[in-house]
Design a protein. Structure first.
Ligand code: 6PG
Length: 245
């Protein structure tokens, strides 16, 4: 499902609305809400909105569990840390218990971090073959990566682990990431993509041939849930579907 908005502010607002609706629904039905958050810059505005009125007070934060889709191998105070970004924009503004924050630790050996995070997830999703997040937020890089599933990397082949460390040759750095099957078992996957720099790659991902080694975002296909793309006009401007419409 693809939704196109006038600008990035409207994309952020739509993401905040979906976050609140999913959270309220999950808490009503199951007593808790699990969300895997995206890093990078695109979701920052959505996090700011979720952390402010009228969004914040619609959610009982004591029942919310915040997870992360991926993390960079840096300490939590580092400017590149996804945890730091999410802390500044969201966590620091919320009445949420610290035990509900499921951080991926960036400052230890990434293989140990991946193991520890998978253990945390297996504890939360007790007895499940795969995690079933109520909501996953994702971004897309202009090379077609999502979470830290980068083109041509080992993690793309992983069909059993929930979490893995992934060496990213072009960054000369490892990252820790949820695998595609772990993401794909979510109830609702929300991609946020904005800006003209991503329009050509977005067209390839959404309308080009299936080539996930080169375009890892194509691996994201919900098992039973839904995948929704929230785009602004600039990101969407090369889509045929849109031109035809
Ligand atoms: C990260 C991510 C990553 C991100 C894309 C898009 O840690 O960087 O989670 O997959 O979503 O790189 O990033 P931007 O929103 O900054 O363009």
């Amino acid at each position: 499902m693809i939704s196109i908005f006038d600008d990035s502010e409207q994309v952020a607002r739509a993401a905040a609305e979906r976050f609140v609706a999913r959270a309220r629904n999950a808490i009503d039905l199951q007593g808790r809400f699990s969300v895997a958050l995206a890093g990078g810059s695109t979701p920052k505005r959505a996090y700011e909105l979720i952390a402010s009125e009228p969004f914040r007070d619609q959610i009982d934060w004591s029942h919310v569990h915040l997870f992360f889709g991926d993390e960079r191998a840096v300490p939590r105070a580092h400017p590149e840390s996804n945890y730091r970004m999410v802390y500044e924009k969201l966590i620091s503004k919320l009445p949420i218990p610290t035990e509900n924050i499921h951080r991926i630790v960036g400052e230890v050996d990434p293989r140990d971090s991946a193991r520890a995070y998978e253990e945390d997830l297996r504890h939360y999703f007790e007895g499940k073959r795969w995690p079933r997040f109520d909501l996953v937020l994702l971004g897309m890089g202009d090379d077609g990566h999502t979470a830290s599933l980068f083109p041509g990397t080992e993690a793309l082949k992983d069909e059993t682990a929930w979490v893995t460390s992934n060496w990213i040759e072009k960054l000369k750095m490892p990252r820790i990431t949820l695998t595609a099957p772990a993401l794909n078992h979510a109830a609702h996957i929300l991609f946020l993509v904005t800006g003209r720099d991503k329009s050509a790659r977005l067209r390839e991902v959404l309308e080009g041939p299936f080539d996930p080694r080169r375009l890892p975002a194509q691996l994201i296909q919900a098992n039973e849930g839904i995948v929704e793309w929230l785009l602004d006009q600039e990101a969407a401007n090369k889509l045929q579907m849109k031109q035809a419409g």
